[in-house]
Write a protein that binds this ligand. Structure first.
Ligand SMILES: [Cu+2]
Length: 103
């Protein structure tokens, strides 16, 4: 920390630093987000194994829950590390199309 020549200036700098840290802290705090999507082609256990493998190898993915009966994938992910479109891409790379889930 440098010592400002004027107290006032230093205080302004301090405030700026505190505000800055607050902003950085706010965005850096990882949030766990749940994504739900339909995977129409996922119709048996073998499919879930393939999809699960693809997702567990995707950085930021925390948990993967696949429901064959409902053809639904529920993925909990860290929103600072991965995005929902990236998760969709990972599923599609493993050979399955995804659709947004309708609740
Ligand atoms: Cu299958």
């Amino acid at each position: 920390m440098t010592h400002g020549r004027f107290r006032k200036e230093r205080n302004v700098k301090l405030i700026a630093i505190i505000v800055g840290l607050g902003l950085i802290g706010g965005t850096a705090v990882a949030k766990e987000v749940t994504a739900e999507m339909k995977v129409p082609g996922m119709d048996c256990a073998a499919c879930t194994v393939v999809i699960k493998q693809a997702l567990t190898h995707t950085t930021g993915v925390k948990t993967v829950d696949l429901n064959v009966d409902k053809r639904m994938a529920t993925i909990v992910y860290e929103d600072t590390q991965v995005t929902e479109p990236q998760i969709q891409k990972a599923i599609e790379k493993s050979g399955f199309k995804t659709e947004p889930s309708k609740k």
